[in-house]
Write a protein that binds this ligand. Sequence first.
Ligand SMILES: NC(=O)c1ccc[n+]([C@@H]2O[C@H](COP(=O)([O-])OP(=O)(O)OC[C@H]3O[C@@H](n4cnc5c(N)ncnc54)[C@H](OP(=O)(O)O)[C@@H]3O)[C@@H](O)[C@H]2O)c1
Length: 324
Amino acid sequence: MNWGIIAPGRIARKFAQDLALSKGSRLLAVASRSLERAQAFASEFGAKHAFGSYEELLSCPDLDVVYVASPHSHHAEHSLLCLRKGIPVLCEKPLAVNRRQVEAMIGAAEANNTFLMEGMWTRFNPAFSHALELVQSGAIGEPQLLRADFGFRAPYLPEGRLYNPALAGGALLDIGIYPVFAALSFLGAAKGIIAQAKLTETGVDATTGIVMTHESGAVSVLDCTIVADTDTVCSIHGEKGNITVQCRFHEADSVVVELKGEQARRIELPKTGIGFYHEIRAVEEALQHGWTEHPKVSHAFSRLLIDTLDRIRELAGIRYPDFD
Ligand SMILES: NC(=O)c1ccc[n+]([C@@H]2O[C@H](COP(=O)([O-])OP(=O)(O)OC[C@H]3O[C@@H](n4cnc5c(N)ncnc54)[C@H](OP(=O)(O)O)[C@@H]3O)[C@@H](O)[C@H]2O)c1
């Protein structure tokens, strides 16, 4: 697969490192708002083409798929550029800022019969996937409670991506999405939600706490913060035992299983590279089969995820004046 990258920032750099690990993929082209940045990135990672605008990438010959790695605020705009030309897209998480934008993206993918997937890479992480299989096979009985958190102290830069409301900054959409994703993956859709947030001076959420009741009757207790370091662990508690996806759970290398009356057992499941490798392989699989979505991060799942995030934002008073 010949890949193009839109927005060669911090995460695109990590993604490009893992792209080099997959025999089925190679980086063909890089597009930045600055030709110099695109050229520097292309030469570092051996890409043939560098473009000084995202639009120029769309006419690149032999392009199979584009990875969109701009700030969340621009995911919809940059993905739509590709989808409307029938170019498949892997777009970083969150797929967009709200349901309206997500709907426009899925609509464009469907109208052009083109692949679109949210880059929820954790779904392809071997340790996280194994935990999900264990729970779904009934290893801990009926799940009753899930706890998950994600927190790190980010320097306060009001104009930067994490604190800037114009770039849809804040903890929830950047990292709180992982605990929410985990709760929906293990326990299904949320019925009831309680959420509160402490906002920064710039008006995005510094810290958000969430409690959800799920259709199964289970409860999830979640939190996220960009102003303190937290454990970043996900644990699922059932009638017969517990499973813990170890720190940091969104990119885990092991799972601990504790069944009632038995000694705790750690299962090592190291990821390949930084972890994007597994997501890249999933996109290769989808494109080889001609799928327009991947069953593990389907359009229905992305809709469920953004609907849940929209509800949490509404309850917690997290608003993006430019988008909502
Ligand atoms: N999967 C993961 O583990 C993970 C981890 C971190 C981030 N992410 C996601 O990846 C996305 C990018 O995060 P990042 O940390 O890589 O951000 P970043 O370092 O700030 O890079 C984003 C890039 O987007 C481009 N861009 C386009 N419009 C922009 C604008 N108006 N303001 C700022 N930059 C703009 C810039 O590249 P050019 O100007 O060169 O085009 C910039 O370098 C976010 O949506 C985030 O949620 C995912």
